[in-house]
Design a binder for this molecule. Structure first.
Ligand code: ADP
Ligand code: MG
Length: 442
């Protein structure tokens, strides 16, 4: 008979909504002459009538970059589509051409061969200054102007676009709210903010003119791990509302899997190794390089992207206190789960019936075996697996938000899922996946 020891505590909430003060990051570098400095001001009249705000598809068509004086390309014939409104993460070892690929989109790096199409227009036909106003850009070093206030930094592109003062002020206030910074901070200078706060301002500045496309080059790379995770989570929540097309560079495979709707794995020589959803990448790495890059724990990483609700649970025979055990035995014949689960009037699990319980005439109010651990539909699958393993129990009841039985989970069900076709299917876009709050914030 199943022996589920009554140990594991209550299931943890995957998303505790933690907040806390940000650590000051002394190492966050600030650069005076940011790349945004190359943007030329324009008259309002000549400002492009707006695609602003509408997410655009970005299409690489055999895009190749050879830097002057080098033999081998930094990026070799990259072909891929980033659908409008999705996050595409470029990941790969240092020097694999990630930054090059990204900078070709707004022509900070000129394309040697091939093309990149944003919306339905080739970037080759666009003035670089115009592209840079229309495409948001966030970098690791933040690149805030040190001698301008936070408000002025955020207002950079709207000002270049010739917005009037009231509109700019309103937008700055709106963006401070979006990134969760106190309005008072807008009069401060970048060095008076923590690294995490500065990074948020960098995101706000890139969003200011409501671009359809954002380029983010290791945007959270200079921030400590806890704040980094917070920034990632905030950004995913923001993206779930904004639906921008985002090209995001990182060298960290975990960040790529967490942030990407799709992930482009680049390898040495600027070659694309695989372009796939995180689920595909984890379950079916295209070659040994990708397999090695995603890591030996790829099945566990896959489970971190899912909730218990995402897989088909099994059913145990459900029985009530006072029911005749003859009936229960009949129900157990050929049941998916070979143990009977006692539930109360509200369908909440009370316990599993043991052989001794079944030897009685009727189902007793206190079955021998505790129902713990009780899992929730909302639990992150990786946490559920760890609860199952810790409790050394074969089956665990899964309940809905009201504590009512929804099905049964087991290690066996999870492992069957991981070897099935279903595991290849990505259930959630990046903005809808479970988010684990930083450990220290729990
Ligand atoms: P990643 O961002 O993946 O680290 P990069 O795109 O920065 O890679 O660089 C790709 C390759 O191109 C590297 O070999 C790098 O040394 C080279 N490279 C980058 N920028 C330049 C440049 N301005 N001139 C010459 N070579 C460059
Ligand atoms: Mg780079």
């Amino acid at each position: 008979m199943s022996s589920a020891p009554p140990n594991a505590g209550p299931s943890r909430a995957p998303d505790g909504g933690a907040a806390g003060s940000l650590a000051r990051i002394a190492s966050a570098r600030r650069r005076g002459g940011s790349d945004l400095g190359t943007i030329a001001p324009v008259e309002q009249a000549s400002a492009p009538k707006s695609d602003a705000g509408v997410a655009l598809e970005v299409e690489f068509r055999s895009a190749t970059k050879r830097y002057a004086g080098t033999d081998s390309p930094a990026l070799e014939a990259l072909t891929l589509d980033v659908p409008a409104g999705e996050i595409c993460v470029f990941v790969g070892p240092s020097g694999s051409g990630k930054t090059t690929a990204m900078r070709m989109v707004n022509r900070m790096v000129e394309i040697t061969e091939g093309d990149i199409v944003v919306g339905d227009r080739s970037v080759r036909d666009r003035a670089p200054a115009e592209l840079r106003r229309e495409i948001g850009y966030v970098i690791q070093q933040i690149g805030l102007f040190p001698h301008r206030t936070i408000a002025d930094n955020i207002a950079t592109v709207p000002r270049l676009l010739g917005w009037d003062r009231d509109r700019i002020d309103a937008r700055v206030n709106e963006l401070l709210d979006v990134i969760g910074l106190e309005p008072e901070l807008m009069r401060r200078f970048p060095s008076q903010l923590s690294g995490g706060q500065q990074q948020r301002v960098g995101v706000a500045r890139a969003l200011a003119a409501n671009p359809g496309v954002m380029l983010m080059d290791e945007p959270f790379g200079a921030v400590d791990p806890i704040n980094r995770e917070k920034l990632q989570n905030e950004f995913l929540r923001l993206q779930a509302e904004l639906h921008k097309t985002i090209l995001f560079v990182t060298h960290d495979i975990d960040e790529a899997i967490k942030m990407g709707d799709r992930v482009a794995v680049l390898r040495d020589g600027g070659r694309l190794a695989q372009y796939a959803t995180p689920a595909e990448l984890l379950m079916a790495p295209g070659d040994p390089f990708v397999e090695d890059f995603v890591g030996a724990d790829r099945a566990l990483k896959r489970l971190a992207l899912m909730r218990v609700a995402d897989i088909d649970l099994w059913n145990a025979p459900l029985v009530h206190i006072g029911q005749s055990t003859a009936e229960v035995r009949a129900k157990l014949e050929g049941a998916e789960v070979p143990y009977a689960l006692v539930i109360d009037q509200e369908r909440r699990p009370i316990g599993w019936l043991s052989e001794a319980d079944l030897a009685r005439e009727t189902v007793r109010a206190r079955p021998d075996t505790s129902p713990d651990p009780i899992l929730e539909l909302d639990d992150v699958m990786r946490d559920a697996l760890s609860d199952l393993l810790q409790a050394e129990t074969r089956y665990a009841p899964v309940v809905d938000a009201g504590g009512r039985i929804a099905g049964v989970l087991s290690v066996e069900i999870i492992s069957e899922f991981l070897t099935s076709e279903d595991a290849l299917v990505e259930e959630h876009s990046a903005g809808e996946r479970p988010l684990e709050e930083p450990a220290a914030e729990k």
